[in-house]
Ligand binder design. Sequence first.
Ligand code: 26A
Ligand code: 26A
Length: 346
Amino acid sequence: MSDLRECLLLGLGNPLLDITCNVGEDFLNKWKLKANDAILADESHKNLNKEMVDTYRCEYIAGGSCQNTLRTVQWMLHKPNICTFMGGIGDDHFGRLMSENSKAQGLNAVYRIDKTVPTGTCACLISQGNTCRSLVAYLGASQTFDIQHLLANYSYVEKAKIFYTTGYHLAVSADSIMNLAQHAHSNPGKLFTMNLSAPYISQAFSKQLLEAYLYVDILFGNETEADAFAELNGWPTKDRKVIAKLAADMECRRKSGRTVVITQGKDSVLVAKTDCPDVKEFVVKAVDESLIVDTIGAGDAFVGGFFAQLVRNRELEVCVESGIYAAQQVIQQIGAHFPKDMTFDK
Ligand code: 26A
Ligand code: 26A
């Protein structure tokens, strides 16, 4: 582990402060929220966070998909500042909570701070004795990130060897993403990696996605995102192994080709590579249903576990095993939290 240096991995995404608490049915009804749902906040949710905080004991965590992934890497590596995270927050109390929390978890967060827009949040309302989760995301200042911030902090780009961005961020700063992609492309040994993030990205941001995809060394996605990507490309198949292989074989500017990693919940993880006819299948070992609290953040943690080995140049098999390990720890906790101990020891 001694050869691990700081700022090896640079991530770009939407920082959202996850605000989690247990609520009663009446609270959900008052805010017209379904017990199991994930929505974007609108005008009607303006005071939701405040009322949650005033009414219940809330837990805060530096969330947002990319930041969750990088926190996972730090959790597994026990050495601070291996990961740099960039994204936009506000100049407010929630922004300061976010900074404190990400720092406490070992992240080197280089936030763009916007004076006019509040920090993004994700309200996570748990109900019915831990069995239901209602998520309300307010994207706020996460949408104010711009390429100027990246350019002003370019020393972190120079230092990094692996770049990771969420598909979500294609909607925020596609030019920053392209800048990272091209930086990796013109610097031998660097890797550009991306997540599909959500089916709607393949639908509403296909142009930006396909442009960045030319430079992707490693693509991550789950089953529904893989299906949406197949649909975008007009592939008439539901066979995920075929989808993974077709995705790996799309035009690629990277000399060494591309790796596509698809997670499927309790089903096997699929890995396809350019110039490799077989799609590898990694069996996911069963987790006793009674131990599963919720699957919030499982996909984010999978990618983090994968990276925790990739930064140490471990082979693909160990990266995937570590991804499964991290995801399975997170599904046994509320939200995108980890247990205290980390017992993966390959
Ligand atoms: C653009 N959107 C909707 C989002 C998110 C998001 N992260 C980035 N962009 N909506 C929810 N999240 C985060 O997803 C995590 C679970 O995977 C939440 O903050 C939560 O921690
Ligand atoms: C029974 N369920 C829901 C599950 C899982 C699971 N592992 C076992 N049982 N749901 C998710 N995972 C883990 O999280 C990753 C990302 O979804 C798997 O490792 C999966 O690859």
